[in-house]
Design a protein around this ligand. Structure first.
Ligand code: SF4
Length: 665
């Protein structure tokens, strides 16, 4: 059979959402490339998805439903039929509900391969009907989403392609080279045209000729730096008082709080030079157009939400909106104005909400009722949730009935009682909203499902029918859910299912193709203004809490890398994790590159090798996000060292509040 090239779309948890051409030879996927359908992503894709065939045909791929036959976590399973699996799940959940109530069942999911059908359709209907506990999705983007929505509503951000118009680009807490690669060519183009680029990050991911200023802020101190910059603008009369008066509310509280932060104070807290903060404040204030790329790195600590609020207020305080290439970009995920009620007919629920970032606690501590059944999908919590050792202990509970619905045998699936095989995106129909650009895309299967793998919407409908439920949600097929998804999107003109199916992509119709904030895209707040001190910040807006530890003097960060997307591809793409450490910290501990070390704190210990590099600031060490247990020498990864405390704003995970010590083994 000749080689076929078939269209698809990458629905992984990445802002770019590339349109793809998939090479299929003899019914087997060989390679994935960029297609020209989406102009923002044409030309190239990341290596990890280029090699997606390794994931599809992995030895770890789940092809049939399985039942545990060994001890919990032993990885011993026997193949069963879908009928048997569905019957057992329904029997167990029904018994749990009868004895403990529906809230004793916890659906546990996140955005593994996250199209519009993958979550929030028949799964929601199923768990709502059961009366299961609700899950607060806080492991990523909870503080930023809470703050951005409170400040600007669902205002679309500056498009990547408009970065070429900016003359100053501030990248704060983001690494586009790992997880937003299609922004990089626009940064290069802007730089070649004379733009200045500044980066705020404890780790430098750019080479010398790619940026103009680097501020290696100590994790957790971003709010102090942002407030000091704001105070500097106030003192030097650089604020745009006209814009503030006309388009914002709440500036007084922010400006008053900022008065507490001199450049020197912020520099001390952030362990940087005051002169560098001043330089950054000057560059931002004096250059037009100026755009801010706010990432998710800065939210991963107790002060995260407060920092995001101060940083997102900056373009408003300086009046940087109103021109192409000016303003800010965060997630555009909520810019689509999706009507969730149109996506699925689910009974409303008022059950308790549990914070996913405290899963270990939830499974181990007394709760009323205790969690007795957990259904994990689109997610690998043992690799990704904080305080890994408690999460593992929780999944070891013999009285916990665990279902894992997955593509490959993950660290979490090993602990399941029942494993269900899921399709990959190359085997399904889906609709994907890009959260970086402004495109809605449709994808069709390029190969048949492997083994007996099924898509999410089908499996939860199957479970609902097996429960004997008559609700429409359990009697609709994939096409009905696709149509519902399209109908739920409120602000793409002339959008309908047939058109999207034919054309495969639909764009927002901003005048001039991309939005200009405060000209063609506006805050979707009650009064159409930017709320600079929203109530979401609580009683101590812009508060800063220090987090020092005498026993554990180093801060561990665990950023995304070019190898994994959260924990996806960990079965083959990150065989060994390394700790990155500054030369001064390594020297004082007589550690050199290649040495095996213990990285430890009160929560756990990771044994791995070290890379000494001055790309990271002193006092901070780094380990990749999402690594699987086999990547370390003792089965614990960065999450084993992360506390399960949550941020005040948004209840977000505080990975970067991990304080550790490192010793050579
Ligand atoms: S992970 Fe991101 S960059 Fe890679 S193919 Fe998917 S959308 Fe594109």
């Amino acid at each position: 059979m000749p080689t076929q090239t078939l269209p698809s779309v990458c629905p992984m948890d990445c802002p770019d959402t590339c349109s793809l051409d998939v090479e299929v030879v003899d019914g087997r996927v060989t390679k994935l490339h960029a297609s020209n359908l989406n102009p923002v992503t044409q030309g190239f894709i990341c290596a990890k998805v280029g090699d997606y065939a390794k994931h599809v045909y992995s030895d770890e791929r789940l092809l049939y439903p399985l039942r545990r036959v060994g001890k919990k976590g032993s990885g011993k399973f026997a193949r069963i039929s879908w009928d048997e699996a569905v019957r057992e799940i329904c029997t167990q959940f029904t018994a749990i509900k009868a004895q403990w109530g529906g809230e004793a069942i916890l659906p546990f999911n996140y955005g593994g391969s996250n199209g519009m059908l993958g979550q929030g359709t028949s799964d929601t209907a199923f768990f709502n009907k059961l009366g299961a506990s609700q899950l607060a999705h806080t492991v990523c983007a909870a503080p930023t989403t809470a703050v951005a929505r409170a400040m600007y509503g669902r205002m679309p951000g500056v498009a990547f392609q408009d970065y070429v118009h900016a003359r100053f680009i501030l990248i704060w807490g983001a690494n586009p080279k790992a997880s937003n690669i299609h922004l990089v060519p626009y940064l290069k183009q802007a730089k070649a045209a004379g733009a200045k680029i500044a980066i705020v990050d404890p780790r430098l991911n750019f080479s010398k000729n790619e940026f103009d200023l680097h501020l290696p802020v100590y994790p957790g101190a971003d709010v102090a730096v942002a407030l000091a910059m704001i105070n500097y603008w106030r003192e030097h009369n650089l604020l745009n008082r006209e814009f503030i008066a006309q388009h914002t509310v709440g500036a007084e509280i922010l400006l008053q709080k900022a008065e507490e932060y001199s450049l020197e104070k912020a520099a001390r807290l952030a362990r940087v030079e005051a002169a560098t903060i001043e330089k950054l404040a000057q560059m931002y204030a004096e250059t037009e157009p100026a755009v801010l790329r706010c990432g998710w790195g800065l939210e991963r600590n107790r002060n995260g939400g407060q920092a995001v609020a101060a940083i997102l207020a900056m373009p408003a305080l300086l009046g940087k909106f109103g021109k192409r290439g000016g303003g800010y970009t965060m997630s555009n995920g909520s810019a689509y104005r999706v009507d969730e009620n149109k996506r699925v007919e689910a009974v409303p629920t008022q059950t308790r909400e549990l914070n996913m970032s405290q899963l270990g606690k939830i499974l181990l501590e007394e709760n009323a009722p205790p969690v007795k059944g957990i259904f994990v999908y689109n997610c690998n919590p043992i690799a990704t949730m904080p305080n890994q050792n408690t999460v593992i202990q929780g999944f070891q509970r013999e009285d916990l009935f665990t279902v894992v619905f997955e593509q490959v045998m993950t660290d979490t699936a090993v602990f399941a009682d029942i494993v269900l095989p899921a399709v990959t995106f190359l085997e399904q129909k889906e609709i994907k909203k890009a959260y970086g650009s402004f495109a809605l895309q449709y994808l069709e299967p390029v190969i048949a499902p492997l083994g007996e793998a099924k898509p999410n919407e089908e499996v939860f409908a199957l479970l609902g029918r097996a429960m004997g439920w008559e609700d429409r949600a359990f009697h609709e097929d994939t096409e009905a859910y696709l149509r519902r998804a399209v109908a739920s999107v409120g602000n793409i003109k002339n959008l309908n299912f047939e058109k999207l199916q034919k054309e495969k992509i639909a764009f927002f119709d901003f005048p001039g193709e991309t939005p200009i904030q405060f000209v063609t895209s506006f805050p979707w707040t009650s009064d159409g203004k930017a709320h600079l001190s929203p109530s979401a910040l609580g009683e101590n807006p812009f508060g800063y809490l220090e987090n020092a530890s005498d026993d554990f003097p180093l801060t561990l960060i665990s950023p995304a890398t070019g190898k994994l997307i959260s924990s996806s591809f960990g079965e083959f793409n990150l065989p060994e994790l390394f700790l990155t450490m500054h030369s001064a910290d390594a020297r004082s501990r007589t550690i050199k590159s290649g040495d095996t070390v213990r990285v430890f704190n009160q929560y756990g210990e990771v044994r791995c090798r070290v890379k000494v590099s001055d790309s990271i600031c002193p006092g901070v060490v780094s380990m990749p996000k999402g690594a699987w247990r086999k990547a370390s020498q003792n089965g614990q990864t960065a999450t084993a060292l992360a506390p399960d405390t949550v941020s005040f704003v948004g209840g977000g995970a505080c990975f970067n509040d991990a304080r550790v010590e490192v010793v050579r083994v």
